[in-house]
Design a binder for this molecule. Sequence first.
Ligand code: DQA
Length: 154
Amino acid sequence: MRVLVLNGPNLNMLGTRQPEVYGPQTLADVEDRCTARGRDLGLEVTCRQSNDEAKLITWIQQASATFDAIVINPAAFSHTSIAIMDALLAVGLPAVEVHISNIHRREPFRHRSYVSQAAWGVISGFGVHGYELALDALARRHAQAQTTESQSAP
Ligand code: DQA
């Protein structure tokens, strides 16, 4: 199973950006943890980050050819981007939305995420561990789908 892990704007600044909210880990730390967790779970993980909404949309559109699932922290685009939501709905891959902070305990404008409407599940508030939780959930979903498939095979 191949999983695309996408990070949106300002997440390249993890480690120095509001560490009291987002923790001390850098984006490189997060990506290393995703790759390692993926290896443990038998997933092939590819990580990408962009501050550019158009780039994220293009990666999502292209994902259906190369990936089986998406983990996405759309960052501030969560609260503004109908276009990212539409791209996820268009490709139809299972997507897990991750937020490092608990967006529901923060300012009201962070409480709504357009992206959640296109997500299979949402993880928010578990720090950078949320990315690993997302990979765990996708691996479990994949294993369950395979069990169902083999049970219904003639
Ligand atoms: C975030 C929460 C967003 O509201 C914020 O704009 C971010 C990061 C999080 O991971 O907690 O950039 O997605």
